[in-house]
Design a protein around this ligand. Sequence first.
Ligand SMILES: *Cc1c(COP(=O)(O)O)cnc(C)c1O
Length: 410
Amino acid sequence: MPGYDDARTASRALATEAVHAGRDDLARQGLHAPPIDLSTTYPSYDSRGEAARIDAFATTGAEPDGPPVYGRLGNPTVGRFETALAKLEGTEAAVAFASGMAALSAVLLVRSSMGLRHVVAVRPLYGCSDHLLTAGLLGSEVTWTDPAGIADALRPDTGLVMVESPANPTLAEVDLRAVAHACGSVPLLADNTFATPVLQRPAEHGARLVLHSATKYLGGHGDVMAGVVACDEEFAGRLRQIRFATGGVLHPLAGYLLLRGLSTLPVRVRAASATAAELARRLAADPRVARVHYPRIGGAMIAFEIHGDPHEVIAGVRLITPAVSLGSVDTLIQHPASISHRIVDADDRRDAGVSDRLLRMSVGLEDVEDLWADLDGALERPVRGAGQCRQAAPPRGATSHNAPAAAGAQ
Ligand SMILES: *Cc1c(COP(=O)(O)O)cnc(C)c1O
């Protein structure tokens, strides 16, 4: 991109990159909003040249110079999002996919296509990531370990080490630098969905691959499903080749929405994080709550265990949306043991610290007092006890804090 690498653009702050990266050519083209290129194919009268560009792609996976040949090889609108996300994560490149799971699948396929089928992973991971590895759906074999056990778990055929930090759903954190060191020459994949590059840039700590479910904070409005891997250009080339061969491409309209989402990412994450920190503080002081998990690095996610039945809290919210997923402008709450981590074997789930009493809340941009009022009301339902939950609420203060939790451990 002309002018993109000059001294003024080399050292821009994250908030500036969020608004400008991937758009630096627009003003010179007389454009303000990025164009959406919906083409599936690209005409060319030079088929010799096109053959050479296809050969080059087959060799390195480098994006073809000039227009793409076909939508599955690349798309200019999606390319803008990839450029911007790479800039925010501090990596050479990024490769976007149809979902976070498509992105993780592509990473696993890159490694297994090189004969490196073994994965070392630290629990908890997002439920479906856990399932993909545990079930070996893509022919991989997983060894679960804690961060201290990574070095010992490595084998000659280990192709990947995978961690999430803060992890879904417990918000457990790992020391990325120490983990990257333990990996030696094996690529470390850090799922950075929860932290976003606003709070943490895993590549700076030695992660070779940074994965996002862009469905969450990057999109930010609950209306686009996407995944992306930020990494070095060499790995990106292999990911593009897998994407081309297996077809998990991102739609250009989704690429547009993600680029737009990135422009407000720092503002959204900081505002929601401030509210989340306050809610975490209030929850920690609340006798109806047994335990609060809130990461050291902050963020807009809170996990908490309650004394009563978590299903009653889900049934009791009114302003907060009872839904899986996260990272939207509105606050969402869900019960991981029932929804996001249902697919993980119950014993494995509990071993990973995902208690049946755990609730996971993604804090949005609403006013903190409105959120607290809703949460406070919802927390009263389990205290009132199962069986009375459809009846009118008793007066506040009339209830005991140590309610029997009859239905809590299903
Ligand atoms: C949601 C999620 C995923 C999966 O992403 P999809 O876009 O739903 O495919 C992966 N990792 C984490 C941490 C997630 O929260």
